[in-house]
Design a protein around this ligand. Structure first.
Ligand SMILES: NC(=O)c1ccc[n+]([C@@H]2O[C@H](COP(=O)([O-])OP(=O)(O)OC[C@H]3O[C@@H](n4cnc5c(N)ncnc54)[C@H](OP(=O)(O)O)[C@@H]3O)[C@@H](O)[C@H]2O)c1
Length: 262
């Protein structure tokens, strides 16, 4: 893999760097991580990553430029590095809501631009990262996918789906965690202490996800296996539906989407 600069190495930037190093320790020397308070990056510097506050220098030493500052800082940062950007650089923006066209208009150079959306499970290598581009080649798309496979799975989508990707993939973590919290609360009410309810719930959620991932089945196929006629599972499930479970989740996702689209 060619050298990579991570500009704005905060939460998500650091997850990416840590993911890259954990997959390949030797890659540390070809990673350049920046933030203004770069001394806080000592842990990755100790592993061989080159850390500094100098964005331009990091860009000059790298091919893939991951822009991981907050969205309101992205265009200002791009203006700062534009003088040192060359044709063989590849820009990868992690920022939500900043479009490829906005990035290209700021750069005013014909450089491949990718827009990607990981989630916070990147810190444990379990992100799903949605990737989109308008002018990246298939080789560059494969390379960008490889970078983000260091923090989990990847999927390439059209740019017009990136807002939806933000809702389903990045905000999705919060929806699932709220579901898990509710299940733990139910578990406590029927007799478990919090720690045991959490253990049973989290492993059950993990197991349910793995069933679909590993078998490629539809959720309803797996549900059918646990719903005995007249049994307790179907009774509970139907009550949840009467109370608006699926409808509430779908409406919440749509509301989040309407909010991001404004
Ligand atoms: N967190 C997530 O789950 C998530 C998921 C998907 C996408 N994103 C996107 O990822 C981006 C970063 O989010 P985050 O949560 O990682 O934010 P964050 O923790 O605040 O990280 C951003 C970092 O940028 C640094 N920074 C600010 N100005 C800089 C500059 N001029 N040059 C270099 N570094 C600079 C800041 O450090 P200093 O103050 O030390 O400079 C900070 O550590 C956002 O655009 C967000 O939309 C985040």
């Amino acid at each position: 893999m060619s050298s990579i600069a991570v500009l704005g190495c905060g939460n998500i930037g650091l997850s990416i760097v840590e993911g890259l190093i954990s997959k390949d320790k030797k890659s540390a020397g070809s990673i350049f991580a920046t933030r203004r308070n770069y001394t806080s990056l000592k842990a990755i510097a100790d592993k061989g990553v080159q850390t500094s506050a100098d964005n331009k220098k990091a860009v000059q030493k790298s091919k893939y430029i991951i822009v991981a500052v907050k969205p309101y800082r992205v265009l200002e940062l791009l203006k700062e590095i534009t003088p040192v950007l060359k044709k063989d650089h590849v820009i990868i923006s992690v920022a939500s809501e900043i479009t490829i066209d906005q990035i290209k208009a700021t750069l005013k150079k014909d450089i491949p631009v990718f827009r990607v959306m990981p989630n916070t499970a990147s810190s444990i290598g379990e992100s799903i990262t949605c990737i989109s581009t308008k002018n990246g080649t298939s080789k560059e798309t494969a390379d960008v996918s490889k970078i983000f496979q260091s923090i989990g799975e990847t999927v390439v989508v059209d740019e017009n789906l990136m807002e939806a990707a933000t809702i389903l993939g990045a905000c999705g973590i919060a929806y699932v965690l709220r579901f898990i919290r509710a299940m733990i609360q139910g578990g406590i009410q029927i007799g478990f202490d919090s720690e045991t309810a959490t253990r049973i719930t989290t492993q059950t959620v993990k197991g349910a996800a793995e069933l679909l991932l590993q078998k490629g089945t539809h959720p309803e196929q797996e549900i059918d296996k646990v719903t005995t006629p007249k049994g307790c599972t179907i009774t509970g499930l139907n009550e949840m539906e009467h109370q608006g479970f699926s409808s509430s989740l779908i409406q919440g996702i749509v509301k989040s989407f309407e909010k991001i689209e404004k």
